[in-house]
Design a protein around this ligand. Sequence first.
Ligand SMILES: CCCCCCCCCCCCCCCCCCCCCCCCCCCC(=O)SCCNC(=O)CCNC(=O)[C@H](O)C(C)(C)COP(=O)(O)OP(=O)(O)OC[C@H]1O[C@@H](n2cnc3c(N)ncnc32)[C@H](O)[C@@H]1OP(=O)(O)O
Ligand SMILES: NC(=O)C1=CN([C@@H]2O[C@H](COP(=O)(O)OP(=O)(O)OC[C@H]3O[C@@H](n4cnc5c(N)ncnc54)[C@H](OP(=O)(O)O)[C@@H]3O)[C@@H](O)[C@H]2O)C=CC1
Length: 555
Amino acid sequence: MAKFGKMEEGGFDKSYYLYQRNLHSPQKILSSYRRQKGRIMSMIAAFYGGKSILITGATGFLGKVLMEKLFRTSPDLKVIYVLVRPKQGQTLQQRVFQILDSKLFEKVKEVCPNVHEKIRAISADLNQNDFAISKEDMQELLSHTNIVFHCAATVRFDDHLRHAVQLNVTATQQLLLMASQMPKLEAFIHISTAFSNCNLKHIDEVVYPCPVEPKKIIDSMEWLDDAIIDEITPKLIGDRPNTYTYTKALGEVVVQQEGGNLNIAIIRPSIVGATWQEPFPGWVDNLNGPSGLIIAAGKGFLRSIRATPMAVADLIPADTVVNLTLAVGWYTAVHRPKSTLVYHCTSGNLNPCNWGKMGLQVLATFEKIPFERAFRRPNADFTTNNITTHYWNAVSHRAPAIIYDFYLRLTGRKPRMTKLMNRLLRTLSMVEYFINRSWEWSTYNTEMLMSALSPEDQRVFNFDVRQLNWLEYIENYVLGVKKYLLKEDMAGIPEAKQHLKRLRNIHYLFNTALFLIAWRLLIARSQVARNVWFFIVSFCYKFLSYFRASSTLNA
Ligand SMILES: CCCCCCCCCCCCCCCCCCCCCCCCCCCC(=O)SCCNC(=O)CCNC(=O)[C@H](O)C(C)(C)COP(=O)(O)OP(=O)(O)OC[C@H]1O[C@@H](n2cnc3c(N)ncnc32)[C@H](O)[C@@H]1OP(=O)(O)O
Ligand SMILES: NC(=O)C1=CN([C@@H]2O[C@H](COP(=O)(O)OP(=O)(O)OC[C@H]3O[C@@H](n4cnc5c(N)ncnc54)[C@H](OP(=O)(O)O)[C@@H]3O)[C@@H](O)[C@H]2O)C=CC1
């Protein structure tokens, strides 16, 4: 494979053009070249032109942003194959068209009006043998695919090991097998997570071995029953916090061991958050990572969270991950590195933000942009040890839920707050591991790639997280959660503010009533309390008499 000459600054690299010509028909390259001629061109965008791309997990959070960017920047790509399973009574086509018709794809429709024709939904379930793909579809995929982006995974922290292995390890192995039968394949990009080795403090861009070989784990899942798997799970995952991080680590080992002669790269994003810039700021569509907790805090359910304020909050915007992914796809196909390169897509070492700063900014944004119909006023705080966490969970989470459910019962409605609160507390216990520690991820490969891009590619496929302004990003994130997750209208903000004022008054009233009742009970039972009360009342009386007398004299 020819290596290319240094790219002309902001211009069109001739050697790249020649390379493209080897891969595609001359007419197509020529027309693409003509279209680009006369203006600065992104080589990465041009690379994806005319390509057949296979994406797993395209219906997921990251997959959607990836598809959107591909269509928007390379509208002349040939086809995107997406492996989709029917879900919630929707056919594959309905699922895919729903995505294409969403707000996320509004800009795509302008640059690629025939986007519906360029997407091909293939019925597939990654939990099944051969992904339950029909023979004809399989044939088409094998003979046409140029690039594979493997995003599908189970990201649940509490998944049963058998299921997590099936999706995050076995399915990866099967996809690699498929990829090895694709004669036109140029690159296979595997999306992992920066937390796959979260048992280490400093993590390099290398695949770390696992104590038990993935093949052995895959085999054992076939014959062990659930009870035994449950028993051995803690031993297998060792010092990792959950089956997710463990199976993602196994998945990487599989990629490295079974990649054969394929051109492979692994991308490890940290905590993927709402979009930063593209196609617009703040887009998010699921509750994973911080999003669910931002809702819980904004609606007033979440009042305390066990977190270390100074620990690094390694968030990375979804569009940054996608830009890096596309750049890696291009680099891997064109430069064909000799070994499998791992790219860290993290923010901590380049532009760190900590949970304290993030929490404060989230709360500050609620002041400006409150969520509608909050349960209580948003006012969360961090706890740092077990005792205070248990105390505040009891006082600020469980007790209000019980009181509210009692009120719901009294008014003939179905109680639901305790269940919701238990779910929140479960989620909190699962994320605690990640918000009380900091990690150092080296980003040598990612920085190397950044410097290998032309200025135009650095602009169009920007993954330089140093340019991120956290305060602005977090504000847009909260706004995005309100608009795209909660589907709340901005016109409702004045009413939401009114509602919060009412909640504040209720809060004051409730506290005053509680104090008076407690005081009354105390006076009834204790002589000391009665004496104190007598002292306070007589003091107030004297003060008022003095005040009245002096104002009469002045008059
Ligand atoms: C200095 C002083 C400062 C003081 C200021 C203090 C300010 C305080 C805070 C204010 C604001 C807070 C904002 C900051 C929050 C920081 C927290 C950040 C957490 C980050 C954690 C990330 C860890 C990163 C790890 C690696 C990253 C990855 O690689 S993968 C992506 C991450 N994966 C996930 O996030 C998946 C997590 N989810 C699960 O594992 C499961 O869903 C669950 C175990 C949480 C729940 O399982 P369960 O079976 O109970 O429920 P499920 O069937 O899944 O869903 C039921 C209903 O619950 C809804 N749901 C689902 N997920 C969530 C969620 N995360 N949060 C809330 N709700 C959730 C779901 O939609 C279902 O709803 P219904 O359909 O209506 O029933
Ligand atoms: N979100 C994050 O914070 C981070 C994510 N990552 C990684 O990024 C990748 C994408 O994550 P994200 O988009 O957030 O995850 P999502 O949960 O949003 O998406 C998961 C995708 O996998 C698909 N999938 C799951 N099971 C199957 C199956 N049996 N057959 C076919 N498809 C299936 C889902 O399809 P369906 O819609 O049918 O369920 C969905 O498209 C994952 O590999 C994850 O590990 C890494 C770091 C952080």
